[in-house]
Ligand binder design. Structure first.
Ligand SMILES: CC(C)(COP(=O)(O)OP(=O)(O)OC[C@H]1O[C@@H](n2cnc3c(N)ncnc32)[C@H](O)[C@@H]1OP(=O)(O)O)[C@@H](O)C(=O)NCCC(=O)NCCS
Length: 186
């Protein structure tokens, strides 16, 4: 596996995987998420500005393509924020159901966390899936995250608004473990 910075030419694919693929229903839209609509293309572009896709502000935010055997199988992104200590909030989605269940998600998260520790000194990582996404919660626990019991209202006060009314807060503290996955810088 390898992570490489996402490019503007990846943006449409990343959007399709999020909003128009067979993994979309595990994140948004009915029947599991009638309360969270998939974003339109314009909404997606408003949420993910150009610097996610040109690696121009790695100190603040970036998206990476997850490659397996040279093929793009998903994306993982981060935003650096501050709540007493600097932390990175992460988000990840794979390209299709067929790509899930192979350990790519935890591997990509571990690689990104190691990269952020090495390059920016980040030692706190936050990820907030819905309680209705047990596969994601399990995958994040495999990557070393632990559930921190906190109401959604408290989470919003400390970490800003999340994506779901039933957000689960998972945190990984401390230096990321050594990881063999490569992170390319361009
Ligand atoms: C969430 C995601 C990134 C995880 O990556 P992944 O490579 O599929 O994760 P893994 O294969 O390592 O692990 C998934 C784990 O969840 C478990 N799992 C699968 N379905 C489950 C369920 N319904 N309930 C509980 N655990 C479940 C698997 O058994 C596996 O655990 P195990 O290795 O101990 O058996 C990926 O599945 C994905 O992109 N899903 C669709 C998009 C999404 O939900 N993104 C998260 C938004 S917050």
């Amino acid at each position: 596996m390898r992570l490489r910075p996402s490019r503007d030419s990846d943006k449409r694919d990343i959007y399709r995987w999020l909003a128009e693929s067979d993994v979309t229903a595990s994140m948004m839209g009915p029947p599991i998420f009638p309360d969270v609509s998939p974003p339109t293309w314009d909404e997606f572009c408003a949420d993910y500005g150009p610097s996610f896709f040109d690696y121009s502000r790695p100190e603040a935010e970036a998206s990476f393509i997850i490659e397996v055997g040279g093929e793009a199988v998903g994306q993982v992104n981060y935003e650096i924020r501050d709540a007493l200590v600097p932390y990175a909030e992460l988000d990840i989605w794979l390209r299709s159901q067929a790509d899930t269940g192979h350990g790519y998600g935890p591997d990509a998260l571990s690689a990104l966390m190691m990269h952020l520790t090495n390059t920016l000194g980040i030692q706190r990582f936050v990820i907030r899936p819905s309680a209705r996404n047990p596969r994601a919660i399990r995958a994040y626990q495999k990557a070393g995250f632990e559930i921190v019991p906190m109401s959604v209202q408290q989470q919003a006060e400390v970490y800003g608004p999340g994506d779901y009314a039933d957000d689960v807060l998972l945190i990984k503290d401390g230096p990321a473990e050594a990881h063999s996955c490569t992170v390319a810088s361009s």
